[in-house]
Design a protein. Structure first.
Lengths: 377, 318
């Protein structure tokens, strides 16, 4: 009898669901070559989930975050995605730090009909639109458009390009070339460099030697653009230098040196210049709150990439709240109906045709001045 | 009646593959299982190269990359069915292995390892840099194999993960069967002879260069098919498949389980494929743990896990 009671009790304990928590998943590249993206993303998710739970959770239920580190390997990410959907039975997933990992795991979520918010840049993730796939970072094409708009404003019509041959550089290079004609701008020189190259003087000398170039654009990521900036100053090219959103961080100024980086322009997010935003800016409150919380919790400066994760979680929580349900299909519908949600990258308004929901106003044109940032608009 | 070791190995393998699903709590385990089989296939090829012929290659992920990208590119550019594309990939891998193998198999020991390493890195660089063709580091989509739909039409309805578990399991059993047959064939004996001593093998009339090349080409085909299976299963492929780390992983799996034994090497693949899943909380220390396991095996079980354990059990029984 006693045995029967114990086993029944045990069976009950095992059978009872761990309360009615809302389980959300994430597969992030915390380690590996993309860790400088994934690390702040993972920290942000953990921090925000804690914050949300401390404030009473979502619809009165606590959030439970299941997070895996895929190390930037698409095959591993795919396995973790399957695990999140099949084994952990999460209601939605955030992640895919890189375009490669995101593209590799999209089929898993589309098959299982679980909403997925990617943190990677490429436009292919949401174009063509897939019902269950969303993303938060602006696309490379938008960064190109923002830069070309600024060039047009400054009457620049002939440029040289020097691009990294890594995933980011190659993708942005392609996107920029595809829209450059719309702005009446001509690319007179088109150079590339490898992701680990230590000197870009030859390529820049070529560009400098080309007649009629009015500005240089460097789509790139990591240390490459910093080296380009330094070489550019050493060669005294003397033309405006545009960098991409890929290096919109304080680390870039440090790496390139304030002197060489003086006058460099790039499109960045509001998060980077949180303290410089005017009081009237709708994003000011959101980015300042996130920046302060992140820097207090981790002791490290906030990064744009963590901001992507911040926005993804906010969109998700907002959707679950509005749906009043934690059913994956209800969450999907609610995410698609996201309207006027202010995030760190911009104000998000999704539609059935637009699973990104950002416009060009999400970017601020920034200029580096005396080792700091200045908004130029 | 005493079963030959070949039949025993195949029976054990088939039985484990068939019975394991009974214990799977969710279909995620089918995914892990199918990854084990895909890795197991590549590793079986390496058993032929490392275990039988005693040659080291640190570039076999390059062939996996060729097989994988064949499945992605041939259907788009040549209009081939993905299954034929996998076949084309295998043929291409064999041809490249033949061309590359002829000069580099003249090298011995470390030099061979380094030359093959260079080949693997070359393939992964081509896949990364020819972005207009391969999609670059961001990868590209792979079309559906379509076999699952055929099975569904005749009344066998499998989920995606279940199908790939069964299919790659089947391919692995076939691969293991071929490898075991080779072991007992004249070619297998020649390979083992040159493993023991190249000079002695040459003395008794074994064409050493030829047989080394045979082993290299066969193992390249195994790696290529494993890459194709991975690509078709994931329906998306990035140059990581041809990456240096993947080559190292393959060799580690082979050596860990026991390079001389097909079943041992597959066990090695099983352990190293499951380990990162079990150790998700130690992700940062994964490489460290792998290194430690590897060192311990090398010091205490020089033949690899399975042969060492089997010997110990047999020793106790006698």
């Amino acid at each position: 009898m006693k045995f029967a009671l114990t086993t029944t009790a045990l069976a009950l304990i095992l059978a009872a669901p761990a309360l009615a928590d809302i389980k959300i998943g994430a597969t992030i590249s915390e380690t590996g070559p993309a860790s400088f993206l994934g690390d702040p993303e993972a920290k942000t998710l953990k921090l925000l989930v804690e914050e949300i739970n401390a404030a009473g959770g979502v619809n009165g239920e606590k959030l439970e975050l299941v997070i895996y580190d895929d190390g930037g390997d698409p095959n591993k990410a795919r396995t973790f995605a399957t695990r999140l959907v099949e084994d952990d039975e999460v209601v939605a997933v955030i992640g895919g730090t890189t375009t490669g990992t995101s593209m590799a795991i999209i089929p898993v979520f589309e098959d299982a009909e679980v909403p997925f918010i990617s943190l990677a840049g490429a436009i292919e993730i949401i174009d063509p639109v897939k019902p269950y796939t969303f993303k938060t970072p602006h696309t490379d094409r938008m960064a190109c458009a923002k830069i070309f708009e600024d060039m047009k404003k400054n009457a620049i019509t002939k440029i040289g390009m020097i691009s990294g041959s890594d995933g980011f550089g190659a993708s942005m290079h392609k996107q920029c070339l595809s829209i450059v004609g719309d702005y009446g701008i001509e690319v007179l020189a088109d150079e590339t460099y490898g992701p680990t190259d230590a000197d870009m003087t030859p390529q820049l000398t070529n560009i400098k030697g080309k007649e009629g170039i009015q500005a240089v654009l460097n789509p790139g990521f990591g240390q490459g653009p910093a080296i380009v900036t330094r070489n550019y100053a050493q060669l005294a090219v003397g033309l405006p230098l545009y960098q991409s959103h890929g290096v919109a961080s304080d680390g870039f100024i440090e790496l390139a040196g304030a002197e060489a980086a003086e006058g460099v322009r790039l499109p960045g997010t509001a998060l980077l210049v949180a303290k410089l935003l005017p009081e009237s800016d709708p994003q000011r409150a959101v980015v300042t709150a996130y920046k302060d919380a992140y820097e207090k919790a981790t002791g490290k400066p906030v990064s744009t990439f963590g901001g992507y994760a911040h926005d993804a979680l906010r969109i998700l929580v907002d959707a679950i709240t509005r749906a009043g349900s934690a059913e994956p299909s209800d969450i999907r519908d609610a995410i698609e109906a996201t309207k006027g949600l202010v995030g760190t990258t911009g104000t998000v308004t999704m539609t059935a045709e637009d699973h990104l929901g950002l416009d060009l106003s999400a970017f601020r044109m920034l200029q580096i001045e005396k080792g700091g940032w200045k908004i130029v608009e | 009646m005493r079963l030959s070791s070949k039949v025993t190995t195949l029976l054990i393998l088939a039985a484990v593959i068939a019975i394991a699903p009974v214990f799977f709590p969710s279909s995620y385990y089918f995914r892990v299982g199918s990854l084990i089989f895909v890795n197991g296939l590549a590793v079986t090829g390496l058993v032929i190269l490392i275990g039988y012929a005693g040659q080291i290659s640190l570039g076999h992920a390059g062939f996996a990359g060729i097989g994988a990208y064949a499945c992605a590119l041939a259907p788009v550019h040549l209009g081939l069915h993905p299954a034929l594309a996998a076949l084309l990939g295998a043929l291409l891998s064999a041809a490249i292995a033949y061309l590359v193998g002829r000069p580099i198999l003249r090298l011995k020991g470390y030099y061979l390892a380094v030359a093959s390493l260079g080949f693997g890195i070359l393939v992964s660089m081509v896949l990364s840099n020819e972005a207009q063709l391969t999609g670059g580091p961001d990868g590209m989509a792979v079309p559906e194999l379509g076999l699952r739909a055929v099975l569904k039409a005749i009344g066998i309805d499998l989920s995606n993960t279940e199908f790939w578990y069964a299919f790659s399991g089947l391919v692995l059993v076939i691969g293991a069967w071929l490898a075991l047959n080779l072991y007992h064939s004249p070619t297998g004996r020649a390979l083992r002879a040159l493993h023991g001593s190249e000079v002695a093998a040459r003395t008794v009339g074994v064409d050493v260069a030829h047989y080394k090349l045979v082993a290299f080409v066969i193992s390249a085909v195994y790696a290529s098919v494993s890459g194709s299976l991975l690509a078709l299963q994931n329906k998306f492929i990035t140059p990581d498949v041809a990456g240096f780390m993947h080559s190292i992983e393959m060799v580690t799996m082979t050596v860990l389980g026991g390079a001389g034994s097909v079943l041992g090497a597959i066990l090695g693949a099983a352990i190293l494929t499951t380990l990162p899943q079990v150790l998700t909380i130690f992700q940062e220390y994964e490489q460290l743990m792998l290194g430690l396991v590897m060192m311990l095996v090398m010091i205490f079980m020089r033949e690899g896990l399975l042969p060492s354990i089997a010997r110990r059990i047999r020793g106790r029984a006698e």
